[in-house]
Design a protein around this ligand. Structure first.
Ligand code: ZN
Length: 658
């Protein structure tokens, strides 16, 4: 028997650091639970190709071509071109496509077009994704502009105000000739006035033009992505037969029904069943979920993961949930926008067992679902903090020099050392368990009224709810924070990140695009500006380096409360103009001089701004009658081996999905 030495940090390339996460506690689950997790992880991996195709219409073809070069190339592997090619391959894997997973810009290959053409030309044609009658040269002619020309498909999701967001986005949710105005009108016409239970129109389809008419190609069995969906439902059926309880089996059967019909009413029924099933220890997400990848915020990218409850840590979030109405009642928000019957958000700390689709390899650490506003209002939502991923981040970041560079002084550093891990977890809990679930829309307000600004405003709402309450004596009373000083660590870290350090994720000359980042910039800059006269927070310069100093933490809390009040008003009233004004004013632009300084300081640390995870490997052990007698979990697989295995074993879709 070998002892496995476990390292959280794995390989580093481009702006990426690969991490490993542990699934401690898996071994002590029951055999039935282990089998359930195994089936759910197969289901979570089976939808991988869907996301690749959603992210761009050439992605599957490109992946197959690049992987053929990566594995079969017989030229010099120590050449500069091949090294650059390897980095590019790894970045494409990481992003599930040719655009940056976070910034959305297309990668520029570091190898030459000539190298690419020659490398592809020497491969056996049957290793390439060729259309009928297509030659390897023809394939190169098709792919070269997509890979190399910066003007072709430059952004996966374009959010630039004033442009046609569909025509300028490379994501594959709309046909190439569908304009933003056409899509907006198409979906506006579907909405029925005063429908109290609107389905999430357009969520599970590609909108295309056929013979001049708009038409939805629905993602379902027998429809677009049908082959992948069949594989997913195959595993979900096995999971349903192994479910922990009858309710969970019903959840899985309803999800299978949705995948078969594509009916969005069925989807709502499924999410209602799912949100009400809180007894089982094992849980999952599988399906079309988040809409960040669509510039209009309608189309949902595919994701899947399996998890099980961390019983000890969950006691923490249950305390928050049990007090949900107290938090709602005492928030600084106008009474008209508060919920009077706050359905306790079921909140739990979980361990991720597998990450798939849009959660792999880059993953969220807190998730709150479902996304349907009326379902949330009527049935509440399920909220999770993924404890073993947070743990991996913390372990990997320990002592890497980042805070020493950007934190202003030793005293503040001590504050962070003492409280930040606790406060970070708690802020995530508050954001997910209470923040997203709080507040209500005024009757008749369109949930999509904030359009492209909706996601940023929603994240700001949840973050502010968490920030405001982190400083509340109630948390000390509940035993969640050790004392009345702890929140200051989170306030410092949040302001430092929003004003300064999150800029390390932005390339020089670019705007902030991603909703969570826009939200953090918005909150930090707004509070900084509003508190400027009283010097609540100051930017100070020392030896050419900019730092943030917070002088009045108590006043900063009031400012967070003021902004929460305004953001909730914007959301509740659907005030598009105010949302746009706030986001554009505080959340989008970066100061180029400050940006340059931060990037230089960061570069000197040799750290990667983005991180992602290598999955563990689950292997069933079979008994004499071919029944599963155990499931083993192992951590040894390398990044490229995992990606190549997934491409081989979970290749469910053709190259051209139309
Ligand atoms: Zn959120």
């Amino acid at each position: 028997m070998q002892t496995e030495t476990f390292s959280y940090n794995d390989e580093q390339f481009a702006d990426l650091q690969m991490l490993r996460y542990r699934v401690d506690g898996f071994e002590s689950l029951s055999l039935a639970q282990k089998k359930l997790i195994y089936y759910l992880s197969e289901a979570a991996l089976s939808g991988r190709d869907i996301l690749w195709d959603q992210n761009g219409k050439y992605n599957l073809r490109i992946r197959k071509t690049l992987e053929a070069v990566y594995t079969l190339y017989d030229g010099p592997r120590d050449s500069r071109d091949f090294a650059a090619f390897t980095t590019y391959m790894k970045r494409v894997w990481f992003s599930n496509g040719i655009h940056h997973h976070y910034g959305c810009d297309k990668f520029q290959p570091g190898f030459s077009e000539d190298f690419f053409r020659k490398a592809v030309g020497q491969l056996p044609p049957d290793s390439l994704p060729l259309d009928a009658g297509q030659t390897p040269e023809g394939l190169c002619d098709m792919l070269v502009p997509v890979l190399f020309d910066p003007a072709v498909m430059p952004k996966r999701v374009n959010q630039a105000d004033g442009e046609d967001l569909l025509q300028t986005s490379a994501c594959n949710y709309y046909g190439p000739d569908v304009t933003q105005a056409e899509a907006e009108n198409f979906y506006a016409a579907m909405k029925k006035a005063d429908d109290p239970q609107p389905v999430m129109y357009g969520m599970n389809s590609r909108l295309v033009k056929r013979g001049g008419r708009l038409e939805e190609l629905v993602w379902k069995a027998g429809g677009l992505y049908g082959a992948a969906i069949d594989r997913i439902t195959y595993w979900l059926e096995k999971a349903a037969a192994t479910a922990e309880n009858e309710r969970q089996a019903a959840v899985l059967r309803k999800l299978i029904e949705f995948y078969r019909t594509g009916d969005l009413k069925t989807f709502d029924e499924y999410t209602i069943l799912w949100v009400q099933e809180t007894e089982a220890q094992v849980d999952f997400t599988n399906g079309f979920t988040e809409t960040y990848g669509d510039p209009l915020g309608l189309k949902a990218s595919w994701e899947g993961y399996a998890n099980f409850k961390d019983l000890e840590a969950t006691a923490r979030t249950e305390k928050l949930s049990a007090n949900a109405q107290w938090f709602e009642d005492h928030s600084p928000v106008d009474a008209r926008f508060k919920k009077t019957d706050c359905k306790g958000v079921s909140a739990k700390v979980i361990k991720a067992a597998i990450l798939g689709g849009d959660l792999y390899p880059a993953s969220a650490i807190g998730i709150n679902l479902p996304n349907s506003n009326w379902v949330r209002a009527a049935y509440g939502s399920k909220s999770v903090t993924i404890g073993n991923l947070t743990d991996a981040y913390n372990k990997a970041a320990h002592g890497n020099g980042f805070q020493q560079e950007f934190v202003i002084d030793a005293e503040t550093q001590q504050l962070l050392d003492r409280y930040q891990d606790t406060c970070d977890d708690l802020h995530t809990d508050l954001h997910e368990c209470l923040g997203h679930g709080s507040g209500r829309l005024l009757p008749g307000v369109d949930p999509d009224a904030l359009k492209a600004y909706g996601a940023t405003i929603e994240e700001a709402r949840a973050d502010l709810f968490g920030l405001y309450y982190l400083a509340d004596p109630k948390l000390v009373e509940l035993g969640l924070t050790p004392d009345a000083e702890a929140y200051k660590a989170q306030y410092y870290g949040y302001m430092m990140n929003g004003l300064l350090t999150q800029m390390v994720r932005i390339e020089p000359g670019k705007d902030i695009e991603e909703a969570h980042m826009r939200n953090r910039a918005l909150i930090a800059r707004w509070a900084y500006e509003q508190g400027a006269a009283e010097k609540v927070a100051e930017l100070v310069e020392r030896e050419g380096k900019t730092y943030i100093r917070i002088n009045h933490y108590d006043r900063l809390r009031q400012l967070f409360g003021d902004l929460l009040r305004e953001i909730q008003r914007i959301k509740s009233e659907g005030d598009y103009a105010a949302a746009r004004d706030l986001v554009e004013r505080y959340g989008v632009k970066v100061d180029p001089v400050l940006h340059h300084e931060i990037l230089e300081r960061y570069r000197a640390l040799h750290l990667s701004p983005y991180k992602g995870f290598i999955n563990p490997v689950y292997t069933p052990v079979y008994g004499a009658d071919h029944e599963i007698t155990d499931v083993r979990v192992e951590y040894g697989e390398t990044y490229d081996a995992q990606m190549l295995r997934y491409s081989r074993d979970y290749a469910t879709l053709p190259y051209n999905n139309e």
